[in-house]
Design a protein around this ligand. Structure first.
Ligand SMILES: O=C[C@H](O)COP(=O)(O)O
Length: 250
């Protein structure tokens, strides 16, 4: 069933890239061609945000991979949304599973960051997702609803939020959720939004999938009615990313 949500594809480069490899990524992105019906965002390491923005064509936006909950101060090693905005970024990824599980970020801190980033005028790609043991214990919805609840409590403007469902067991493992598994969670999340936020937000909010998305599996995933795009890790560093951006193109 067609809907009015614009397909959204983000490339999360994680802790990868140097000027030489980044030049290669910029080259294939600028060459495209990229489906104009897809909103495209790339998220380089913060150190390269300015460089990437200065070289990319205007149709691709940039995002920070994280930021602190305040705009400045004595917080050695952190970056802020204000700084990302200053170098042209329009989005920040928050709550990525690596932030949650490698760096110990809590639902509470992620909620505070969501609130802060929106107050700075940027968009938020808010990530949620269950671990393998949680899925096996039938706790997937409990986990993603709990994570979404603490994000939702801090959202002042849903038009600047994209929800990224990324099952932890599928990230970087080559083990993708099946299109039906992804669709089921996305549908359940949309129902949660309808019941806990509003029918309008549930209808308009993009819910994107992340976890071993590739040129080979993106088209089938993209046929699912509640899959509104992707957050891509490893494959966003390769020319395959163009095929993923174009997953809905005939
Ligand atoms: O943010 C992206 C996700 O962590 C997915 O990464 P991946 O495509 O390498 O599995």
């Amino acid at each position: 069933m067609a809907n009015e949500r614009k397909f959204f594809v983000g490339g999360n480069w994680k802790l990868n890239g140097d000027r030489q490899s980044i030049d290669g990524i910029i080259q294939f992105l600028n060459a495209g061609p990229l489906d104009e019906n897809t909103e495209v965002v790339v998220s380089p390491p913060a150190i390269y945000l300015d460089y990437v923005k200065s070289k990319l064509g205007a149709s691709v936006a940039t995002s920070a991979q994280n930021c602190y909950k305040l705009s400045k101060g004595a917080f050695t090693g952190e970056n802020s949304a204000a700084m990302a905005k200053d170098v042209g970024a329009t989005w920040v990824i928050l709550g990525h599973s690596e932030r949650r599980h490698v760096f110990g970020e809590t639902d509470e801190l992620i909620g505070e960051k969501v609130k802060h980033v929106l107050s700075e005028g940027l968009g938020v790609i808010a990530c949620i997702g269950e671990k393998l043991e949680e899925r096996e214990a039938n706790q997937t919805n409990d986990v993603v609803f709990r994570q979404t609840k603490s994000i939702a409590a801090n959202i002042s403007d849903w038009s600047r939020v994209v929800l990224a469902y990324e099952p932890v067991w599928a990230i970087g493992t080559g083990k993708t959720a099946t299109p039906d598994q992804a669709q089921q969670v996305h549908k359940d999340l949309r129902e949660w939004l309808a019941q806990n936020v509003s029918a309008e937000v549930a209808k308009a909010c993009r819910i994107i999938y992340g976890g071993s998305v590739s040129a080979g599996n993106c088209r089938e995933l993209a046929t699912k009615g509640d899959v509104d795009g992707f957050l891509v890790g490893g494959a966003s560093l390769k020319p395959d990313f163009v095929q993923i951006i174009n997953a809905r193109k005939a």
